[in-house]
Design a protein around this ligand. Structure first.
Ligand code: SF4
Ligand code: SF4
Ligand code: SF4
Length: 266
């Protein structure tokens, strides 16, 4: 990664919101005491959800929650990129379009016409897209929502002058480490863990349910093998498409897997 690491001893930080549910900002607020410690070590210039408001500030680190889904978003993300030394999308909306990107495969205008009395009053793009589709990003934090501890680790790394490490593991690895019974092997429940990046501590299998892929695709995800396994477990092609087209639908590996499953449905 060729972007210079933050050198300032007290970096200026902004947290920006785009099209999203605010859940990833809440993950940051959920840090509690750790957030107070963090706030003493950085200059938090913009974080509207928490109080500070200066969306035009020049910063060392800009965290961006949400996807680009309005004409105003298109302009604002360019502005933020110009005013940020490091730009880090946080959460599935920012990294892969979010649940709102399901409209990318639909007729969004027809949906709006069915719901709103005056759809012409809406100002939204036909597609919802990740931040990296529009500007260079320096690191990405995945998840819906992101893990508070992962966010803390990212800020700590930057304060130490090193780029954060991306997780190379899959959810299955975390699941095995914790000794969870495998829901796919023991109960035949289709689980996205084999192709999903680690970071959540295998939260869902730990509660006896399948992973639905909210941390996005892992490196070298073997989606062909998993789709074949889903088929053996009785999922029809359209159900396999749905597995890969949920919160992280615009992640390239999941898009490709969904396209393959869709072609088998034709
Ligand atoms: S990634 Fe999930 S929790 Fe975060 S803003 Fe989007 S919908 Fe909300
Ligand atoms: S339950 Fe899911 S995540 Fe856990 S080992 Fe089985 S397939 Fe992997
Ligand atoms: S187990 Fe899967 S769906 Fe559940 S929190 Fe982790 S990545 Fe998300």
């Amino acid at each position: 990664m060729d972007t210079p690491i933050v050198h300032s001893s007290k970096p200026r930080v902004a947290v920006h919101k785009f099209s999203s549910c605010d859940g990833c900002q809440l993950a940051l607020l959920d840090l509690g005491e750790d957030l107070l410690t963090l706030a003493a070590r950085v200059d938090l210039l913009h974080f509207a959800e928490a109080g500070p408001f200066d969306p035009d500030a020049d910063v060392d680190i800009a965290f961006v929650e949400g996807s680009v889904s309005t004409p105003e978003d298109l302009e604002r993300i360019q502005h933020i990129r110009r005013h940020s030394r490091l730009l880090i999308p946080i959460g599935a909306c920012a990294t892969a379009g979010g649940i709102q990107a399901l409209r990318n495969n639909a007729d969004a205008a027809a949906w709006a016409a069915q719901i709103y009395a005056h759809p012409e009053a809406l100002s939204s793009l036909a597609r919802s897209t990740p931040i990296s589709s529009h500007v260079k990003v320096d690191f990405e934090l995945w998840g819906c929502p992101v893990s508070s501890q992962q966010m803390l680790a990212v800020v700590n790394s930057l304060l130490l002058g090193v780029m954060p490490r991306d997780s190379a593991d899959k959810v299955c690895v975390e699941c095995k480490r914790q000794g969870n019974p495998c829901v796919m092997v023991t109960r035949g429940v289709p689980c996205m863990g084999p192709v999903t990046r680690a970071g959540c501590g295998a939260l869902c299998p730990g509660l006896g349910r399948d992973c639905y892929g909210c941390y996005g695709p892992a490196e070298n995800a073997n989606t062909d093998a998993l789709a074949a396994q889903f088929s053996l477990l009785g999922l029809a092609p359209h159900a396999i498409v749905q597995r890969f087209q949920s919160i992280n639908s615009q992640a390239p590996a999941f898009l490709a897997a969904a396209d393959k499953a869709r072609s088998r449905d034709d």
